[in-house]
Design a binder for this molecule. Structure first.
Ligand SMILES: [Zn+2]
Length: 132
């Protein structure tokens, strides 16, 4: 986290302590303030890599996409191969993001689809067992 962002967060924290703010209000306030502070410090180069490290892992998994917290790109699912390109195994990636062990690295829609398929497979197994 760079110093500008810290400054911004301090201001926002102070505001949030005074009145109740919604998540949206806080987010837009951070955006407005950081823009203002950044324009004052125009001479400093923007650091893209830092922006990426600010991705909230708990929000990386959305309905149709999963965001790689390493590079900020969005996918339907994070493959072993992609994680390997960052030098990480899926387990290391989960640990890094604070995900549960064995948590699926796929978007929500795909997670649901997989669960449905598993259910159907189990039903078929049961049917098969009845027939003997
Ligand atoms: Zn990546």
């Amino acid at each position: 986290m760079d110093n500008h962002l810290k400054e911004v967060l301090e201001i926002v924290k102070a505001q949030a302590g005074v009145r109740t703010m919604t998540e949206d209000e806080i987010a837009s306030m951070i955006q407005t303030l950081s823009k203002g502070i950044r324009s004052v410090n125009d001479a400093l180069p923007a650091e893209e890599a830092e922006a990426v490290s600010e991705i909230d892992a708990s929000r990386a998994i959305k309905e149709k996409t999963i965001t790689c917290v390493e590079c900020g790109r969005t996918f339907k699912l994070l493959t072993k191969k992609h994680l390997a390109s960052h030098g990480l195994t899926p387990d290391e990636y989960r640990a890094k993001c604070g995900y549960k062990k064995g948590a699926p690295l796929v978007c929500k829609a795909l997670q649901r689809e997989r669960r449905k398929t598993m259910k159907e497979m189990k039903l078929w197994e049961r049917r098969g067992a009845k027939k003997g």
